[in-house]
Write a protein that binds this ligand. Structure first.
Ligand SMILES: [Cu+2]
Length: 465
């Protein structure tokens, strides 16, 4: 992480804006557009100027720097094609902002006046809509409705005052279907004016997104409506998603926004959580629901909080197809199909042919199946006890007793205290009770006598159904 952090500061300091897109005179008026192409989790430095706040950590992401100019926070987003590593072994050609998809998280404070420059380096028009933020209608970024679209090569500027703290997003509102299917989105966090309000020890955020990338290809199919094959958090699929780390007893918040085409029930093992924030703001304490799964519908945001308990706790979307990568979809059910002869004969025709699925599909998590280049296995990842057999929207909340504040590194596998680990049962199991003969008066199923139309029971009491 330290090398990627250095890269962050280097790129934040050294990148010049708008080559070719903006005139020299115009460029002088614009803040630098930082660029980050790493998919590592880059915890943001404390806010350099303006009001203090506790920064949010973007999972496998980073936060946009700003400059203060006459009391206004100025940001610069550049909409452009990017290359994103979805997980080790696979990169995608996406569209994003400032070198990454999602774009950098914008973090500011309730009451801040902000000015956001948007430079379009895409081959087509775009806009930016500030999803959920209260602002003047003319700053809402809807192509045709509130502004003409931003033409390729042009820079537009949005300016408004942040009226409410909360969890928001930004995304295009021009050719939306294509541009969001290509990865254009980012988190927009507005912190409370009083940093003691809604205070937690660790604050994480990510966006749910999905891609349809044909195995072997790198560019998403943009017309797909439902049948996506890569279910991602911040354009990363397990095992490419970083863990959420915390120290035992810390109060942890996770904020999730959904810009896919379907809802995602986000389920966390271990501690129960409560939903503390939605799109509309903070939930009053008396109205918070205890949950272990919270459904995040399309276009929604949810913030939930919990007290960290030591352990390795899975956190994932509970739609089982969403914890699976490409290659897992459209596989026929081969359970119980004897394939041994078939495989032998097929392998003469297709050298790499492998029989699979005869006993279920967990074996897929262990086998080295030949895959097209740039393709993730259907389910993968390994833990201290073997293959995890997951993909897509899956990660781990790793809570340790000795983690230091400000330490975001993966602490490795959990050391389970003695006597707290499931183990194999080796004694001889007793014969199951159901093997004994039924008693003479045991209930039996109705028996239909030949030639009758209604079922009768031995007692003869069930007539007239
Ligand atoms: Cu899901």
């Amino acid at each position: 992480m330290s090398s990627s952090r250095r890269q962050f500061f280097r790129s934040a300091g050294a990148t010049l804006i708008g080559a070719g897109a903006v005139s020299r005179a115009g460029a002088a008026l614009l803040p630098e557009a930082a660029v980050e192409t790493s998919a590592a989790t880059l915890p943001p430095p404390p806010p350099p100027d303006g009001r203090p706040y506790q920064p949010l950590v973007t999972l496998n992401g980073w936060s946009a720097p700003w400059r203060m100019k006459d009391g206004v926070k100025e940001f610069h987003l550049v909409a452009e094609p990017v290359v994103r590593e979805i997980a080790p072994g696979m990169t995608a050609r996406l569209w994003g902002y400032n070198g990454s998809s999602p774009g950098p998280t914008i973090q500011a404070v309730e009451g801040d006046r902000i000015r956001i420059f948007v430079t379009n380096k895409l081959p087509e028009v775009t806009t930016v809509h500030w999803h959920g933020i209260l602002l003047p209608s003319g700053m809402d970024g809807v192509a045709g409705l509130t502004q003409p679209p931003i033409a390729p090569g042009k820079t537009w500027v949005y300016e408004f005052t942040l009226q409410r703290a909360g969890t928001f997003m930004y995304h295009p509102h021009a050719d939306e279907m294509v541009q969001m299917a290509m990865g254009m989105m980012g988190l927009f966090i507005v912190h409370p004016k009083d940093p003691r309000q809604h205070r937690v020890d660790r604050d994480y955020g990510f966006l749910l997104n999905a891609y349809d990338i044909t195995p072997g290809a790198a560019t998403p199919r943009v017309n797909t409506m439902l049948d996506f094959n890569l279910w991602t958090w911040n354009s990363r699929a397990f095992p490419g998603i970083d863990p959420f780390v915390a120290r035992t007893g810390e109060r942890v918040r996770i904020r999730v926004g959904n810009l896919t085409m379907t809802n995602h029930p986000i389920h966390m093992h271990g501690p129960h959580f409560e939903v503390t924030g939605t799109d509309g703001g903070w939930v009053p304490k008396s109205a918070r629901w205890p949950e272990v799964t919270t459904d995040v519908a399309v276009g929604q945001m949810r913030a939930f909080e919990f007290d960290a308990m030591a352990g390795d706790w899975a956190i994932h979307c509970h739609k089982s197809h969403h914890t699976m990568n490409a290659m897992g979809h459209g596989v026929p059910n081969m359970i119980g199909v004897k394939q041994a002869d078939l495989a032998e004969r097929l392998s003469r025709l297709v050298p790499d042919y492998m029989a699979m699925g005869e006993h279920g599909m967990h074996e897929m998590a262990e086998m080295e199946m030949p895959l097209p280049d740039n393709t993730l296995p259907m389910m993968t990842g390994s833990g201290p006890f073997g293959p995890v057999g997951m993909g897509g929207m899956f990660s781990v909340v790793k809570v340790r007793d000795d983690l230091q504040p400000g330490d975001w590194k993966d602490p490795g596998p959990y050391a389970h205290p003695a006597g707290t680990l499931a183990s194999e049962y080796t004694a001889e199991p007793p014969a199951p009770a159901r093997a004994t003969a039924p008693a003479a008066d045991a209930r039996t199923l109705p028996v239909r006598k030949p030639g009758t139309t209604s079922g009768t029971t031995p007692g003869g009491t069930h007539h007239g159904h």
